[in-house]
Unconditional design. Structure first.
Length: 255
């Protein structure tokens, strides 16, 4: 089985593809395991940038005749990618919320959609590089998301039963998001260079999310209410768990 990724403009097949990994059965090793095709295909969906302007070839399965290859092309860019990630889940907002902003030649694109699970699933890209260790674009996104939702909740009296503000973890429960930034001079950190370090990106992302998400909520109050209700429910569960833990730790009195 050969696993190769090709990139080309839609409608223009590449003349050739460059192999990334090659898996062969080793002589003398009976039953050498081949990587699972479906697993590698799904990994490719996550690793490759969700661009609407490019087309990506999947890992090819040469165990089939002819070799089986899939093409990944997200016609709607990151919005289509978020939709794909949530395709087997019950979503809170029917369509992903799309936000875009730019400043000083730095372009920001973000798509978010909540589902009924408890897991947070956020994918970050910088210049089409999967920065899976996060960085300043992720920090800016989280800060603005928490601030914007709390501001809307306070303004519309949607968290009146809570003793404190909705936390970032409460808000990100069930969140699927894709953050993509384009930077003239990216700075990557960490041993694997998968963490974005440009400090100026944080503020640009914060501004884009704060302005665009607040505007969307003002124009779509039913969706905003559903998103906040999920976050408030998570906050109540957290408060109840903390209270139960506190009571469990108190010394028991003999009756």
């Amino acid at each position: 089985m050969r696993r190769s990724f090709g990139v080309h403009e839609p409608g223009n097949p590449p003349a050739s593809t460059s192999p990334v990994d090659k898996f062969d059965r080793q002589p003398g090793l009976a039953g050498s395991a081949l990587p699972d095709y479906r697993r590698n295909t799904e990994q490719a969906r996550i690793i490759l940038p969700p661009s609407k302007d490019r087309q990506f070839g999947s890992p090819s399965d040469e165990r089939q005749e002819p070799a089986h290859t899939l093409e990944f092309h997200y016609e709607g860019g990151i919005v289509s990618f978020v939709t794909h990630l949530n395709k087997n889940k019950v979503v809170v907002n029917d369509k992903p919320i799309y936000m875009r902003g730019d400043k000083d030649r730095i372009d920001v694109e973000i798509a978010v959609q909540w589902n009924d699970t408890f897991a947070e699933s956020v994918f970050c890209f910088a210049n089409n590089i999967n920065t899976h260790d996060g960085g300043t674009h992720l920090s800016g996104f989280r800060a603005a998301l928490t601030r914007t939702l709390n501001s809307y909740a306070t303004k519309n009296n949607l968290a009146k039963d809570l003793k404190e503000s909705v936390s970032g973890e409460d808000i990100r429960e069930g969140l699927t998001a894709v953050i993509s930034v384009k930077i003239p001079q990216p700075q990557f950190e960490g041993q694997t260079k998968t963490k974005l370090g440009n400090t100026e990106v944080k503020g640009i992302v914060e501004t884009a999310v704060s302005e665009k998400l607040a505007q969307f909520f003002e124009e779509n109050p039913p969706i905003a209410k559903k998103v906040l209700e999920k976050a408030v429910l998570a906050a109540k569960a957290r408060e109840a768990a903390r209270k139960a833990q506190w009571q469990e730790q108190q010394p028991r009195r003999d009756r």
